[in-house]
Design a protein. Structure first.
Length: 217
């Protein structure tokens, strides 16, 4: 009978080694020892599903932090349990997660996706998905967020230009931008402010986790 350590090695570590080469920190032995201890309670199916998910989302050859891997295993366990019980997606029931909870889950499972989204400006749609669906999206599900953000920005820019043209015509002026209290400007500012706030939340959460990881290794 396979031991928990054997399952972690054959069902998780070995499949992951095809995509990941370098461990975070400077002590690979300590990393894999901690990884084996954290994953010893998960089943073979869960380990395989988590490995597959992490490989699919990989953006570098560096192994994920132990906390990220543990979260991926817990997520895989929830998905498999829901499938076995015949529930399509039970975690979607109830109210959406708060923003801070969604950010923590996102960073825990795919910090690089969160960083890329924040840099490109579509992180608000990504976080809203995590809040609503209570999971991190697959790569196939990400593209609509990018498209939606581009379309929204183009629509708002057009509305701002049209509103500015109206004001210029009404006052026969060379007004360069909308007043801060104009309804279109208020809408645009609200969207920008939320994006900035969520970007700060992402950055602070990543920084906090990196500090914890450095202390553990």
């Amino acid at each position: 009978m396979a031991t928990p350590g054997d399952l972690v090695k054959t069902c998780f570590v070995e499949p992951m080694q095809g995509s990941f080469k370098k461990t975070p920190g400077t002590n690979p032995e300590a990393y894999f020892s901690s990884l084996s201890a954290k994953l010893s309670g998960f089943s073979e199916d869960v380990l395989k599903a988590a490995a597959s998910s992490l490989i699919e989302r990989a953006t570098s050859s560096t192994w994920p932090y132990v906390g990220t891997i543990t979260a991926a295993c817990k997520s895989a366990q929830e998905r498999l349990s829901a499938k076995d019980s015949g529930q399509s997606n039970p975690v979607r029931a109830g109210y959406p997660w708060p923003e801070d909870v969604a950010v923590r889950v996102l960073i825990n499972q795919d910090a690089k996706l969160a960083t890329s989204a924040a840099l490109a400006g579509w992180h608000a749609d990504l976080i809203d998905f995590v809040r609503r669906e209570k999971r991190v999206p697959s790569m196939e599900e990400v593209e609509p967020f990018v498209v939606a953000t581009l379309q929204r920005d183009a629509r708002i820019e057009k509305q701002m230009e049209e509103a500015l043209d109206v004001l210029r015509g009404e006052y026969n002026s060379k007004l360069e931008k909308l007043p801060a209290n104009h309804r279109v400007q208020l809408m645009a500012s609200s969207i920008t402010n939320r994006r900035n706030r969520l970007a700060v939340m992402i950055a602070e959460e990543i920084e906090a986790r990196e500090e914890v990881a450095d202390d553990q290794l």
